[in-house]
Design a protein around this ligand. Sequence first.
Ligand code: 5GP
Length: 204
Amino acid sequence: MAIKKKEKGQLIVLSGPSGVGKSTVIAELLGQRDNIYFSVSYTTRQPRVGEQDGVNYNFVSREEFERMIAANELLEYAEYVNHYYGTSLKAIQDRLDAGIDVLLDIEVQGAAKVRERCPQALFIFIIPPSFEELSRRLHNRNTDSEDVIAGRLEKARTEFQEIPKYDFLVINDKVSNAVHEIESILTAAECRVENRKQMLAQFS
Ligand code: 5GP
């Protein structure tokens, strides 16, 4: 018997410091897994080289972002190193209702808001193997000035304090290992009895 699609998608929150390699891990994960949608955030920061509007982010002005806040269009938003970042409520709600999992790549303040509004979400934090490695990766990216990198490293230290509030900790020493760990978490969550109620009906 074919397993029916889920009635409701799983909301997955992935946080981790800038430079940890989240985008690479996410791209790999999306390539391997079906039925999962990456929520493209809105931001007021400038695109980096190679980033595309509507793919990596929806790049908007501060005015437009503030309009979205006032109109209650965001599930959550935060100010991070002088720029706004936020998640469109409608884009994710429609997918979850259609039984599609939704992955959010958001920082810790935004994750705290999602924890209040959607406590059933899965909260995953991803770390580098060491602080030195994080600094090395930020420098190797060659996209940000020394000042911006220093700000991001400083921010990372405060973000690490929030790790105990998350459900799972993934170490990105190697992309394939991190993807495998996240895959395992998502598969385990799918096997929860409460997520398999439809299947159970035939055995009662
Ligand atoms: P970056 O500028 O390096 O792309 O992202 C900076 C930080 O913003 C990252 O930690 C990323 O997870 C976070 N971020 C991206 N989109 C959102 C969002 O929609 N909401 C929140 N709260 N954080 C976000």
